[in-house]
Design a protein around this ligand. Sequence first.
Ligand SMILES: *Cc1c(COP(=O)(O)O)cnc(C)c1O
Length: 428
Amino acid sequence: MNTFEQFEKNESDIRSYCRSFPVIFKQARGAELITREGKHYIDFLAGAGTLNYGHNNPVLKKALIQYLEDDGLTHGLDMYSEAKEHFLETFKRVILQPRGLDKYKVQFSGPTGANAVEAALKLARKVTGRSNVISFTNGFHGCTIGALAATGNGHHRGAAGVPLTDISRMPYANYFGDKVNTISMMDKMLSDPSSGIDKPAAVIVEVVQGEGGLNTASAEWMRKLEKLCRKHEMLLIVDDIQAGCGRTGTFFSFEEMGIKPDIITLSKSLSGFGLPFAIVVMRNELDQWKPGEHNGTFRGNNHAFVTAATAIEHFWSDDSFAKSVQAKGQRIREGMQKIVRKHGPDSLYVKGRGMMIGINCPDGDIAAAICKEAFANGLVIETSGNHSQVVKCLCPLTITEEQIDKALKILDAAFAKVMAEQVANQAS
Ligand SMILES: *Cc1c(COP(=O)(O)O)cnc(C)c1O
């Protein structure tokens, strides 16, 4: 009898991450996953960036247990609850106001990232009366139809079953290398009444493309994109679902770039505890919704309100956490650069920003082999990118330096083994 019989027999073939990590996990603590047999793994995937504060963060766990003990509301539709009031107050005071975003409102969408993106796209179309939206090559925004239309990934798009419409795809920053200015290219196309690009309602963009392979937009590119949006009267939507909540070293991925998006989507690590939770943050004047227009049953995950408010208060009340993330990001970068220099200075390179960082391999097979070898040695790590060629670190931001060094050692050995096999294969 196969150990995974329950899953393989009874769960849909849609299963994906479990195929890379064929063990049964039972517990998780901080940056560690623990199997049923008690084997420990360092987690460089962290729920695809959902567990920025680590598994079962004790501060968040305590707040949630206290709330449960007090019979606090679990589900509340979108009724007023004390937990939601506390989240709104905390998010405004600790996150929005210090960043000059006080004239913004929060919409509670359905609890997934894709639902926040759907809401953001709907709102932009509603406010502007236009249907077209610009999204970028290698962008990832979710798998529901509206969000999927904005997503580039061919594997996901292939499952849509209907035409994916009302999106114009444009080249992301440096898509054609650093010599081609993709902003002036867009400007020219948007200025030409016969370019065939319908006037867009909005541009949706990731400042660091998470699933698309850690492609980064510079502050300059983002500022120019904001200007382009103003010039052509398009709303700027920053999808900060993966890059936000501290991943790049600041709460928002864009906050040191001097831009102010019209709409921001947040999810993944927003609850901080792995609880489903998503919001759309919009300029006050864009809040043109009629009551219940983008409705949803699970817009009142009060447990997520509790852990999110606690996480924001605990980690973001001063800049010490941000500083530690920046320092750890630098430590990982240096470790990865060392791996590149040792095992493939001509074929490997480091990509990404902050603690959203990885090593680009020559192809997806090599990256997969490296992740497989790393897993055999106690490290959970996945790939991303248009050819799944980027070995990507998305570890909890609370990981210890010791754990980082241990993980880098495992990665170093995996690169050594797989890159040596490459050389041997080429020679034979
Ligand atoms: C994960 C992700 C989404 C989709 O979130 P789901 O919760 O999987 O629907 C959207 N945008 C970005 C940038 C993401 O990384």
